[in-house]
Design a protein around this ligand. Structure first.
Ligand SMILES: Nc1nc2c(ncn2[C@@H]2O[C@H](COP(=O)(O)OP(=O)(O)OP(=O)(O)O)[C@@H](O)[C@H]2O)c(=O)[nH]1
Ligand SMILES: [Mg+2]
Length: 121
């Protein structure tokens, strides 16, 4: 292999690498952009939710895991959240509305259950 051939191969390889790096950067930038947009949307939805909840009465079902919190939420709010005879069936809190007799609305939240000791003082 003569020297000239080797050096042109090296140049070609460098160009390919540079193009590849630029392409990768563009892909990462685009993914970043889309993730940022997604985050902004989630944040906006969260703010809307919080604003929407202002003025409502709020209550949470809190207790040990597998105690029946989700079952109670379903009965009270005629919902269909996951109920299972196992620990930590609920992994995230869920809120449902419950119309009260005085025409007000109660926002009732099911929560992730406790495990271990917690004292009621
Ligand atoms: N015997 C009896 N079983 C109940 C009662 N309430 C709920 N269960 C049962 O207890 C199990 C657990 O109920 P869940 O409502 O999922 O309990 P949870 O507190 O939400 O549990 P995690 O979400 O896992 O923390 C289910 O198999 C229910 O059918 C009750 O009043 N009596
Ligand atoms: Mg539950």
């Amino acid at each position: 292999m003569d020297l000239h051939y080797r050096s042109s191969m090296r140049d070609w390889y460098r160009r390919v690498r540079r193009n590849q790096i630029e392409t990768d950067r563009r892909i990462v930038r685009r993914q970043n952009y889309h993730l940022k947009k997604k985050l902004e949307k989630i944040e906006a939805q969260r703010i809307t939710k919080v604003a929407h909840r202002k003025g409502f009465i709020k209550a949470s079902l809190v207790g040990y895991t597998n105690a029946g919190k989700s079952t109670l939420l379903n009965i009270l709010t005629k919902s269909d959240v996951l109920v299972e005879d196992k620990l930590f069936a609920t992994l995230d809190s869920t809120t449902r509305s419950l119309p009260l007799e005085n025409k007000q609305t109660l926002l009732l939240s099911d929560t992730v259950g406790f495990n271990g000791n917690f004292r009621i003082i």
